[in-house]
Design a protein around this ligand. Structure first.
Ligand code: KG4
Ligand code: ZN
Length: 365
């Protein structure tokens, strides 16, 4: 019998409190009935980064409001849900615990099944939610705390082809913004500045291109940027608007070029699997960057492969991706009990060895 499932999702692993309702009839496209996100940027703005304790408290205060808003926007009640999905890691542990506790309370009160979701799986399955992509596909998951190439074989089966050995690109964008006095989150501010900059004026390194495979490294870029900035300040006494724009453009171009080349290599490894309809997808907050999207699209066009990137609100953290990932797990027969625990670290590919520094921040994905 064709089954329609409606799942409530909760997300609180970093600095966005979110709830969403997603519905899918077997064999059909999934539908986002509502998606509510309460960001915490203002709460953390004076600290230059996310403060875990402040984040956890804000999640605890906002989660039930988000749930009420998501149900109201979907015009449904808890009785209309088939399951409750919640991010159970990886992330800032206080925030993840707030979400897991809230979901357990709802599950205990209603008797609805509880599904713990890996936040990274939420991002990695987003192309199925938005475009109905079939397995296996190649996904570049690129965010504030993670950067990895994965082949998605199933809702819980991922093979990591490579990833960052130190910083994630979002972290590098955020640090660059901090070094140049631009607002957080750094990605959108650096991208906006880069639009009026000359990417060729400063020569940034293209790390690890001399090494085979598709591992990445981004920590050297911020050091290079800091040196360039200090040199201009020493010579001219300060940065002009144009200096700042040129630094942003050069920095962004280095990330774009590196991701484009490593994506070519990851694609070669993926295409060996002979997928019937090869697809390359990108997901995570940094996937919102239009220069990166354009470069990846070009790489896919070179190889004649389909490219997909989620709409911007589904690149950054949201609960629709968690509801959907939970729905896939639930349909496959997975359930969790009230002993579900919050996990600060939780690699998607459990068989590959941990990367040097991967998930260093752990919190973001
Ligand atoms: O996935 P996400 O919302 O949170 C986690 O990291 O889980 O990603 C946030 C990251 C931040 O580092 C932010 O600076 C970056 O994504 N980001 C961008 C852009 N929009 C957000 N990076 C580059 N360009 C953007 N347009
Ligand atoms: Zn994320």
């Amino acid at each position: 019998m064709v089954q329609t499932l409606t799942v409530l999702g909760l997300e609180s692993s970093c600095d966005d409190t979110a709830a969403a309702v997603v519905r899918q009839t077997e064999g059909e496209d999934a539908e986002i009935l509502s998606s509510v996100v309460h960001g915490q940027t203002e709460l953390h703005s004076t600290y230059g980064g996310v403060v875990p304790e402040i984040a956890a408290r804000a999640h605890a205060e906002k989660l039930d409001i988000c749930v009420k808003q998501a149900l109201a926007a979907a015009n449904l009640g808890l009785r209309d849900m088939d399951a409750i999905a919640v991010t159970a890691g990886p992330g800032l542990i206080g925030g993840v615990m707030s979400g897991v506790m809230c979901a357990k309370g709802l599950s205990a009160a209603t008797g609805l099944p509880l599904i713990g979701v890996n936040h990274l799986a939420g991002h990695a399955l987003t192309p199925r939610l938005t475009d109905g992509i079939s397995f296996p596909y190649l996904i570049l998951l690129v965010s504030g705390g993670h950067c990895q190439y994965l082949v998605a074989h199933g809702p819980e089966q991922f093979t990591r082809l490579g990833g960052t050995i130190d910083d994630a690109p979002g972290e590098a964008f955020d640090k660059t913004a901090r070094l140049l006095g631009l607002p957080q989150p750094g990605g959108p501010s650096v991208e906006a500045e880069a639009r009026s900059g000359d990417p060729k004026r400063f020569r940034f390194p293209r790390p690890l291109l001399d090494r085979t495979g598709c591992d990445l490294s981004f920590s050297g870029l911020k050091t290079a940027l800091m040196r360039m900035r200090d040199q201009i300040v020493a010579e001219k006494g300060g940065l002009t608007r144009q200096d700042r724009a040129d630094l942003c453009a050069g920095f962004q171009q280095a990330i774009v070029d590196t991701l484009a080349e490593k994506t070519r290599r990851a694609m070669d490894q993926y295409l060996v699997l002979n997928p019937s309809e090869p697809v390359i997808a990108v997901a995570g907050g940094v996937a919102a960057n239009s220069a990166i999207r354009a470069a990846l699209e070009t790489v896919c066009a070179e190889k004649g492969t389909r490219f997909t990137a989620p709409p911007l609100p589904l690149c950054t953290d949201n609960a629709a991706m968690i509801a959907y990932a939970g729905l896939e797990r639930f349909r496959a027969g997975s359930r969790d009990g009230l002993d579900l625990t919050a996990r600060p670290r939780w690699p998607l590919d459990q068989r590959s060895p941990a990367m040097l520094g991967s998930g260093k921040k752990g919190a973001k994905a």
